[in-house]
Design a protein around this ligand. Structure first.
Ligand code: ASP
Length: 335
């Protein structure tokens, strides 16, 4: 979902928009009409619970439905991510995802369970539910990652139906981009909204998943952080979990999600761990962090959550204690 639409939708949403902690700065402020209450970061948590990147209350509602019916966290994150993959209006995942600069929609996704098992698909074409293919890789093959044509053929052999993922709206956006961009390989900081989801079920077990069409208008063949275990997603059932969104190249360089979970292991809260992982990116010598965004959401074994981003408006959706709400994150904006 484009960030500007996302802000507008936040105002229209039936779910509350909650602003966490103290703001360091704001590039795109929600308008006056969107103004909302400030609340302290989560200190008390209850299970089951689910969090996701961005404003995806339908997806978290689906995941919670699975959890409340007694389902496990793995089923919950898969089912939740599928909601956004099927949503053609969301132009950052699954069907309707914005294509690369050659007009090809290529998907990356991964999933990780409470045992540390994981599966991933990279540069997958023509299959909407990349997260489910990732799960099949985890469960039905001896491998962790499948890429490109091999991933597609595997999906078809598992019963997934190939289809054209480029919708009219995404094709139009791409054609407009081609004209305006003069076909230069510009990394676009506007259209990158991976859906990452973390859940803890009633048994206290954690799973996570993420799914994306990657950066809009990327170079053909480009792969981001989202299918890379440890970068786009990491789950350690004894400690917690983290999932990333934003410019994948920067997440990969710092092995971001693994870093966040390790920092939680060392005693940091999920919020502190997300902030430290962001600081590793922005404090690099010659970091050009004003040109891109990275955001992390994380949860610890107790169900306490954190989220933090670089310099732009960012949020997570949290379904916990009977409330399904969008929570605006703190973000780093020192220049
Ligand atoms: N992290 C994704 C990537 O770099 C982009 C996104 O968050 O949408 O492919």
């Amino acid at each position: 979902m484009k960030r500007r639409n996302f802000i507008k939708n936040a105002a229209l949403s039936s779910a509350g928009l909650v602003v966490g902690g103290s703001m360091v700065g704001c590039v795109e402020n929600p308008s006056e009409e969107n103004k909302t209450e400030l609340v302290a970061p989560t200190t008390k948590a209850s299970l089951p619970m689910v969090i996701a990147t961005w404003h995806v209350i339908d997806a978290t509602a689906k995941a919670m439905e699975v959890l409340q019916a007694g389902g496990n966290a793995l089923d919950a994150v898969e089912q939740g991510c599928r909601v956004e993959e099927a949503n053609e209006k969301g132009q950052s995942v699954g069907k309707g995802g914005l294509p690369d600069r050659d007009g090809n929609v290529t998907l990356d996704a991964c999933i990780m369970d409470k045992h540390g098992n994981c599966g991933s698909v990279v540069y997958l074409q023509n299959i909407t539910h990349a997260v489910s293919v990732a799960r099949k890789v985890m469960e039905n093959t001896p491998h962790v990652m499948l890429a490109g044509e091999g991933a597609k053929q595997f999906a078809i052999s598992e019963g997934f139906k190939p289809e054209d993922l480029l919708t009219e709206a995404s094709k139009e956006a791409w054609e407009k981009w081609k004209v305006e961009s003069k076909y230069k390989p510009i990394i676009n900081i506007e259209n990158h909204d991976t859906i990452g989801m973390l859940a803890i079920d009633k048994n206290g077990d954690i799973s996570g998943a993420c799914t994306t069409s990657g950066l809009a208008y990327k170079l053909g063949g480009r792969v981001g952080d989202s299918p890379i275990i440890g970068s786009g997603l990491f789950v350690d059932n004894e400690i917690g979990a983290c999932v990333a969104t934003g410019l994948g190249e920067e997440v990969v360089k710092t092995v971001g999600s693994f870093l966040v979970v390790e920092l939680i292991r060392q005693g940091k809260t999920p919020q502190e761990a997300c902030e430290e992982a962001i600081s590793r990116i922005v404090n690099k010598p010659n970091s050009n962090f004003t040109d891109f965004q990275v955001g992390y959401i994380a949860v610890n074994k107790k169900g306490e959550t954190g989220s933090y981003a670089i310099h732009q408006w960012f949020s997570m959706t949290k379904f916990q204690d009977g409330k399904n709400e969008q929570i605006q994150s703190d973000f780093f904006n020192k220049v």
